[in-house]
Structure formats: structure tokens, C-alpha cells
Design a protein around this ligand. Structure first.
Ligand code: NAP
Length: 142
């Protein structure tokens, strides 16, 4: 089973459809699953909530072979650190606690890109906070 975060977003929606097309079992974390088309809703297990909630991610990642994970944009965040670490810390603990062996994460600006370098410490926060403790992680940045 593959767990998918932010499945209603631009990126997560496409990831979800690709995984479903391959016939994989999928569990999604969604605050509101109503945007899913009926065909998608029929084929996924929905765990309602936000993936910054330790209880939600622990339940969502239990038994998952792999997780697709990203930090949602939050223009109202008090700081970059808060925006990224509030999501990353519960996820890292749940990856370790649930023994997730593979995590595919989306970086903030694309690791190693000129845009990320120009952002200076910003991408450092996002990149260093990526969920690679205890699980092999693939970055899907450009
Ligand atoms: N590496 C790169 O080159 C690259 C390129 C583009 C984007 N990105 C990164 O990808 C992320 C954006 O992805 P996207 O374009 O798919 O975003 P998006 O279209 O804006 O969708 C946001 C997703 O996050 C969910 N979400 C928002 N706030 C949430 C919260 N507090 N708790 C739980 N879920 C929440 C939304 O769910 P609801 O339906 O509940 O609102 C939705 O599924 C950003 O972090 C951005 O930095 C990286």
C-alpha cells in the first residue's frame, strides 16, 4: 500500500492518478476528500485530517510500503522554519515509528537548482528537513 499526502493538490492529484493507474492500493490523507472524482473515491482509502498531525500520519503510514510526501504551501506561515518543520517533524517520527522503507518527497525549489541556491538558507531548511531519516528518500525536485 502506498500512502499519499496532499492528494487534492496539483502535484499530489497527478501522483495519485498515476499510482491508481498501476493498480496499487492507496491510502490518502485529505482534509476534505470531496474534490475527488467518484472513480478516484471508489479506489482509495481516505484518512481524514492534516499530515502535520502526529496521530494522523501514524495511522496513515501504518503498513505503508511507501509514502509520497510534500509540505503544502502556507503563505500565512510565521516563518519558513515553522512552515516546513511543523510538517516534517511529525512525518519523520511516523516514518521511523511505522518502519516506512521508501519515501518520495517534493523539495521546496528543486534540490541543486539555481533557484534553490539563490534562495540561500531557505532551501536549506526545506532540504535538510526532508524525511530521509530512517527511510531511503527520493527527491522529485527538478
Ligand atoms: N521542487 C520543485 O520544483 C517544486 C515545484 C513546484 C512545487 N513545489 C512544492 O510543492 C508544494 C506544492 O504542491 P502543489 O503545487 O501540489 O500544491 P497545491 O496545488 O497548492 O495543493 C496544496 C495541497 O496541500 C494540501 N494542504 C494545504 N494546506 C494543508 C494543511 N494545512 N494540511 C494538510 N494539507 C494541506 C491541499 O489540500 P486541501 O484540498 O485540503 O486544501 C492540497 O492537497 C510546495 O511545497 C512547493 O514548494 C516544488
Amino acid at each position: 500500500m502506498i500512502a499519499v499526502t496532499a492528494p487534492t493538490g496539483n502535484i499530489g492529484r497527478q501522483v495519485l492518478e498515476n499510482i491508481l493507474d498501476r493498480g496499487e492500493a492507496v491510502r490518502v490523507i485529505a482534509r476534505d476528500p470531496s474534490p475527488f472524482p467518484p472513480r478516484t473515491r471508489e479506489r482509495v482509502e481516505v484518512l481524514r485530517g492534516s499530515h502535520d498531525d502526529p496521530d494522523v500520519v501514524n495511522r496513515a503510514f501504518a503498513g505503508a510500503d511507501a509514502v509520497f510526501w510534500l509540505v503544502p504551501p502556507n503563505p500565512a506561515a510565521e516563518s519558513l522554519e515553522a512552515a516546513y518543520l511543523d510538517f516534517t517533524r511529525p512525518a519523520c517520527a511516523a516514518f521511523e515509528g511505522q518502519g516506512v522503507r521508501r519515501v518520495v518527497g517534493v523539495s521546496a525549489l528543486g534540490r541543486g537548482t539555481a533557484m534553490a541556491r539563490n534562495a540561500g538558507a531557505g532551501d536549506g531548511v526545506a532540504g535538510n528537513g526532508r524525511p530521509d531519516r530512517g527511510a531511503p528518500a527520493s527527491a522529485t525536485g527538478r
